[in-house]
Unconditional design. Sequence first.
Length: 468
Amino acid sequence: MPLFRRLNSNYLLLSACFVLLFKVSLTYTGQSEEPFRWSQAQWISWREKQIRWILTPTFEANGRQLISREEVILRSAVAYQQVRQWMNLAPENPSNTKIRSTMRHFFAFIETQGMMSYFDKNGTYTHALGYPETDKTYWDNSSSFMAFPKMLRGQEFLNNLSSQSSYSKALEQIRDWNSKLPDDQKWIVLAYRSQFLKSADTTTYGRFLVYVPNEPSSDGGSNDRWIQFAAEAPGERTTKEVKSVSMVTIHRDPHGHQKAFLVDFMRERDSSRLWSIRPNMLAAKNPSKNCYDCHKSPVLPLYPKQIIRFDSTDSHVDAEALAIATKLNERITNYQSCPIEYLPSDAYGPSIGSRALTDDDIVRANDGHSISLKSETRIKDASRCDKCHREANSINYPAAIDTNIGFLNFEAKKGFAQTLIDKGLMPPQSSLSIDERRILWRCLSLNYLRQSDLGDPIGQLVDWLKES
């Protein structure tokens, strides 16, 4: 799951910044400090100015100005405080219903983004995961779905995963365990080197994935567990102990309805050198952030940079290992419409690629230059991401645009969606050239959000924010 830098401020400093930002926003938007007295026209005028303020790029990356995830969160929180003030002070105003309807998308966006800035009196963020309930409440509600299988939380297995020299023993344990399971519940292991993101503890790109299918659940349904232990790849030497492990659980109830739960954990030893696994959200300094920033589908497709055989000195990637990755990706497609439980994903905007591209879009994306009719047709055909990505798995904010998330956290210094397009991994079975893929991504991202000649943000996201 994605790791993002947390805002490095203590409680008092953040409080001061919050008040200052509130005053700055009022000055910037030229509004009265009494929003409960505003007419609908004043609210719409305020919204237009807030959209510009919230979506102004402020992060410099090699000469480019990118949207800052943290700035969007803080500015959304400031804007939502004005909304809350209005709701609290004028609850009976007869125009409220109409205003709320008109501002519905914008209110949902700033509330959902802004709550990730909420913190308690100790300066600990309480909604870092992006859920309407606190992170602790999310754990209380989801922990029954996030239990590690007995063998994977055992001392022997965790000891074997604590050193690259004993990873092969961990594999052997799983093979022994599988001999006792029915065929449809046998675990599948894939060790690989990620080409996107380091582990949540920022130690490694290596992963030791254990897929646990069709595990019976207490309600008569079943769970699929995708458990990824951070692991050193061959030749990789980390300076810190590798600790992180993440789990995605897809729960199917007895009627076949699915829902997903995502949690990051850390493996830790106590003074007796005994292992335990604790959820990051309960830590005083939680290194994990909103999984949905990248996990637009609960389980992301597997595109290993290198498939690893910890049980062999042979570096050759055999057909069996490649077949495992293909088999797992086929199973992942079964979750495309699976919602992440408790997450207000609709509040992140529409999916990228839900508008047909025009000739002008392509010329703009290619810095004013036209391209061949054949390339133009191929790009337009590949641009409709919404054919697959809609509703529960929309590619929406922030994955749909260039932000500091990709620059700060991904190996390629760009986001997950852009990387998949650049590498020809999306759309599926793509045969676009390198230049066509570059133009495709620019078309999609510029259509989703860009600055107009007047400095105002425009695009699909802005249009949606202005819709009721």
